[in-house]
Design a protein around this ligand. Sequence first.
Ligand SMILES: [Zn+2]
Length: 136
Amino acid sequence: MTGRDRSHVIPDLDVARSGTRMWCEVKAYQRAVINRQHQLLVHGIKGAHYHDYLSVERETGTRVYIMIIELDSGVLLGAPLATLTTWPCLCEGCRSGRFCRAPISRGVYWSREQMVEVHRFPAGELSDLDMHDPVE
Ligand SMILES: [Zn+2]
């Protein structure tokens, strides 16, 4: 999406039904990861994309939802992105202003518990999908 000042990465899906419209960004991760500082299970996305999606929400007046499929648990989680309490990457590289060492480069993270379980796939249904790293 190209705005007046710059262009934004847009979420994966533009969904509409019965007069309600929403943007949807869908990620497939193997599992939630433990954040040592906060002692929480967390999910995250690239910081640049996070800020772009919030800009898309402001520009379009349409809510952006983040949806995460956890392959290990078989759970689909969802939340309105703008409602999440987030923090930036806390890796040594980011804290010292050098190169980010996390799997998600310069990510933005939030606690898993802020998301709602939208669906639970039957055990084994997602096991054919084998992803060891976050998928962008
Ligand atoms: Zn980092």
